[in-house]
Design a protein around this ligand. Structure first.
Ligand code: PMP
Length: 438
């Protein structure tokens, strides 16, 4: 195992990274176990972000690692076009169980971005298969993040991610985001104000006519743009409007899936059922790339009832890769055997209190919590948006805690297996960091 510094770092074009700054002062991780990474200098780094929101069961779960090793030895690759392998079918059944049989089918992808683009394509093809091909309009939301494919980028609502890439998909609208610091600051769980923002969907229906609208896609809780929790009743209202107008509702649960809110998915937490749901990340505990789209039965039925032929002209070479399926099957077993969701529920109040204990520290202008997630919003340095939180991120790493920042918001999302001592360590060190920012 190579635990030493690379001889050169010039060739790797790093994703979503300030490459020049990073390479002058790199942070290099060499191993991981449980709640901790180890960096190249041998320092322990407490994982406050479950990697990139993707390691709910903690690092190095022996069952998952073992399942991956075994499958690589047995079946290193198998196509899933016009053939298959047992693990892909077994996993699909287990996923139906895990999601309480709200859905009838699952389509495999390799990432969250692919899951989003797949769901959008299924929505368009579904309407077409039923003879409603005029429904082509897609609706996303400001401050939504749906990955980096052209579909996800188009429905996504993050200016800097979009601005270099041309006009993107035509026929896309955005609902307003629901973040309101004046009315909802320092909320726990769903904030009180803002349900009426869902009615903006009615406005878009009036403008364009329902017969042109295919689907609405939203993250139940926006993660990457700073933990934006939906106002009370907002998701239900969106569901009602979609039902009224025959519009498909897609929940992007790439972050909120697999226990982040202490329930299997956010749909369970909010008791609102989407027509399709995208996920990735925690599906394999981050061990092997994999994403998925869940769809309700009537969507699949529409393709089955269409004239014979290949039903959906879509798929990836690695859809349902055997090693990814093995990792996902083992992850579901770990969730069950180690009662990960029960643990997450039990520790959540302690987590929430620890987050809100930061109130009153310098520059902290909002704290938001739901499940095992937190958003800590800092006052920006005048004329330098994002600089204060970036400074916090770098200082935190030097202190041995991994946090994630987006703009001037710190987003925390630890592995769900954390214990009180980890919460104490995380917030003890973070308090020190926040007390020492410019
Ligand atoms: N959707 C959401 C809600 C996400 O948070 C992410 C990634 N953070 C994606 C899609 C894209 O996933 P990936 O990076 O695996 O393509």
């Amino acid at each position: 195992m190579n635990e030493s510094r690379p001889q050169s770092m010039s060739a790797f074009w790093m994703p979503f990274t300030n490459n020049r700054d990073f390479k002058a002062n790199p942070r290099l991780l060499v191993s991981a176990e449980g709640m901790y990474y180890k960096d190249v200098d041998g320092n322990q780094v407490l994982d406050g972000t479950a990697g990139l929101w993707c390691v709910p069961c903690g690092h190095g779960q022996p069952k998952i690692v073992g399942a991956v090793r075994e499958m690589i030895g047995q079946l290193d690759f198998a196509p899933t076009f016009q053939m298959g392998h047992p693990a892909a079918f077994d996993l699909a059944e287990r996923l139906m169980d895990y999601t309480g049989h709200k859905f009838g089918h699952v389509f495999y992808t390799n990432s969250g971005s692919e899951a989003v683009d797949t769901a959008l394509k299924i929505a368009l093809a579904y309407h077409k298969a039923r003879g409603e091909g005029s429904r082509t309009r897609l609706i996303g939301r400001e401050r939504g993040y749906h990955g980096v494919g052209f579909g996800g980028l188009s429905v996504g609502g993050i200016g800097p991610n979009r601005k270099s890439f041309g006009p993107l998909l035509p026929g896309v609208d955005h609902l307003p985001h629901t973040h309101d610091l004046l009315k909802n600051a320092f909320s726990r769980g769903e904030p009180d104000f803002g349900v009426e923002l869902a009615d903006e969907l009615e406005r878009l229906v009036t403008l364009h006519d329902a017969s042109t609208i295919a689907a609405v896609i939203i993250e139940p809780v926006s993660g990457s743009t700073g933990v934006l929790v939906p106002p009370k009743g907002y998701l239900k209202r969106l569901r009602e409007i979609c039902d009224k107008h025959g519009i498909l509702l897609i929940f992007d649960e790439v972050i909120t899936g697999f226990g982040r809110l202490t329930t299997p998915f956010a749909t369970d937490y909010f008791d609102v059922e989407p027509d399709m749901m995208t996920t990735a990340k925690g599906l394999t505990n981050g061990v092997i790339p994999m994403g998925a789209v869940f769809s309700r039965r009537f969507i699949h039925d529409a393709f089955m009832e269409a004239p014979a032929g290949i039903e959906l002209f879509h798929g990836y070479t690695y859809s349902g890769h055997p090693v990814a399926c093995a990792a996902a099957l083992a992850t579901l077993e770990v969730f069950k055997e180690q009662q990960i969701l029960d643990h997450a529920k039990a520790i959540q109040p302690y987590w929430e209190d620890a987050v809100h204990s930061l109130k009153g520290l310098p520059h902290v202008i909002d704290l938001r919590t739901i499940g095992l997630v937190a958003g800590i919003e800092l006052e920006p340095i005048a004329g330098k948006p994002g600089a204060r939180a970036y400074q916090a991120f770098k200082k935190a790493f030097a202190e041995g805690i991994l946090i994630r920042t987006t703009g001037d918001i710190i987003a925390l999302s630890p592995p769900l297996v954390l214990e009180k001592q980890h919460i104490d360590e995380l917030f003890g060190k973070l308090t020190g960091v926040l007390n020492n920012l410019d």
